[in-house]
Design a protein around this ligand. Structure first.
Ligand code: SF4
Length: 467
């Protein structure tokens, strides 16, 4: 297999040449990063909170077996059922069989990345069961027949004009660009689904081990409808989402919404402990928690386990210059952006390895990550481990580069020759039309020419001639 594949190149170019996508991404990511920065600037002790959150995640992942067993025991003690799914197939089969056994014909679903990961909608629909996404972004994507392009904002690539067209076509909405009219149209369509559904499926943001409580973080209230109105609630949870205590959960809650959208807290934070008790007026009669491994446990005890610290806030996507340029669909994975580049090869193996090259390694993802995942280091590690998959010319180039980089004199000589050549090719401090591989850069932007004095000369003069 050659990496990056021609298909990946094609998707990248499609993203780069889609002016609408560029506009939507620019607007959305710029606003999200600015709001996040503001929210953190007014959070007391923000850096200490991040340190604590990282420590909680590191401790949990290092003791995952213990906390998962405790979590499962507590869910069952309160009347819920737990199913351990080693693979995507096992997770889908369990839910499909359950739906069939209970005669389910309509499912209301709230946002769940892990259900996208295992292909649950597809499995249910293949079994003749209708599934309706009720998160507004997911609803839009489902109507468009697309896949989410962002972890927390699945329709980030859509402009209001696109959504209006979809609603006119599928929901009979009169032409309008008024957002309140569009949301009211969606609300009206979804209300009946909540009432008619005989099963609700949700994801889980955090599973609190000490009480077996499921935590759902949403902004639209659909999560509450899905988990309380239908008689059966199925929650899909990646095994890494467990958190030891309520106290730990409170720390993570302080960060997740701030990182995702700049809000101190989402509009709805739901804590669900067990199915409906006899004295309670509402809630599901049955609760099923599907704990999905799907390749995650393979990475425990390796440096890659750090990727399991992720709380899926999506901030690294918003900050990533590559994601901002190509959008989520170019990654062809449920998990796009920097965290997707890490997690996809963990789940897919070699089939997802090309994504580790979709990074400039600038470090913006690590800087913004609330749990400080060292994404650039882990991507470099992936690249090293997969270098045998690169084309021969690229491997040879890297080998030559390594040889030169280890020899300071040769490095200096070639550096001087290279900067001299670049200066000759440009004018007024800029190169506007490059040659050879530089053309790829100068076709979309100007290249600044090397400055004078060269860093090496400046350093020498500063240190009295010493290197
Ligand atoms: S890697 Fe960090 S920034 Fe990215 S989604 Fe996960 S927690 Fe958020």
């Amino acid at each position: 297999m050659a990496i990056p594949s021609p298909a990946f190149h094609k998707r990248i170019h499609e993203g780069l040449s889609n002016a609408f996508l560029q506009e939507a991404l620019r607007r959305a990511t710029k606003t999200a990063v600015a709001s996040r920065d503001k929210a953190f600037s007014i959070l007391p002790g923000a850096e200490e909170v991040r340190d604590r959150a990282r420590a909680i995640r590191a401790h949990t992942i290092a003791n995952l077996d213990r906390y998962l067993e405790l979590f499962a025991r507590e869910v069952e003690r309160r009347g819920g059922k737990v199913f351990w799914a080693s693979t995507a197939q096992e997770a889908c089969t369990y839910v499909v069989n359950l739906a069939r056994a209970r005669g389910v014909s309509l499912i209301a679903k709230s946002k769940s990345m892990v259900s996208e990961e295992v292909g649950l909608n597809h499995a249910l629909e293949a079994a003749g069961i209708r599934v309706v996404e009720t998160d507004l972004g997911e609803f839009i994507i489902q109507l468009a027949g697309e896949r989410p392009s962002h972890i927390t904002a699945p329709a980030i690539h859509k402009r209001r004009e696109d959504v209006s067209e979809l609603f006119q076509k599928h929901l009979g909405m009169p032409p309008t660009l008024e957002i309140p009219v569009m949301t009211a149209t969606a609300r009206q369509a979804l209300r009946q689904i909540f009432l008619d559904a005989n099963m609700g499926i949700s994801g889980v943001n955090f599973g609190i081990a000490e009480t077996g409580t499921l935590v759902l973080v949403t902004n639209e209230g659909n999560g509450r409808m899905v988990t309380t109105l239908p008689p059966i609630h199925v929650a899909l949870m990646g095994i890494e989402r467990v958190v030891p205590t309520w106290e730990d959960t409170e720390i993570l809650l302080r960060l997740i919404a701030r990182s995702a959208s700049g809000l101190p807290l989402t509009a709805y934070v739901s804590f669900l402990t067990g199915p409906r008790r006899p004295e309670e007026p509402d809630g599901p009669e049955e609760l099923h928690v599907v704990l999905v491994d799907n390749g995650r446990s393979r990475w425990l005890g390796t440096p890659m386990e750090e990727a399991l610290y992720c709380i899926r806030c999506g901030a690294c996507l918003n900050a990533c210059p590559v994601y901002q340029a190509i959008g989520g669909h170019a990654y062809n994975s449920v998990y796009p952006g920097p965290i997707g580049a890490l997690v996809t090869p963990m789940l897919w193996g070699e089939a997802g390895i090309e994504l580790v090259y979709a990074s400039s390694l600038c470090g913006a993802c690590q800087e913004i990550c609330p749990v400080r995942i060292s994404t650039p280091d882990l991507l470099v590690r992936w690249r090293k481990d997969s270098s045998h998959l690169l084309p021969a010319w690229e491997r040879a180039g890297l080998w030559i580069y390594a040889l030169i980089a280890r020899n300071p004199r040769v490095w200096e000589l070639l550096g001087r020759l290279g900067t001299g050549l670049l200066r000759r090719l440009g004018r007024d401090g800029w190169m506007r039309r490059g040659i050879g591989p530089l053309q790829a850069w100068t076709s979309v932007r100007d290249l600044p020419l090397p400055q004078r004095p060269a860093f090496r000369d400046w350093w020498k003069s500063r240190n009295g001639g010493a290197r």
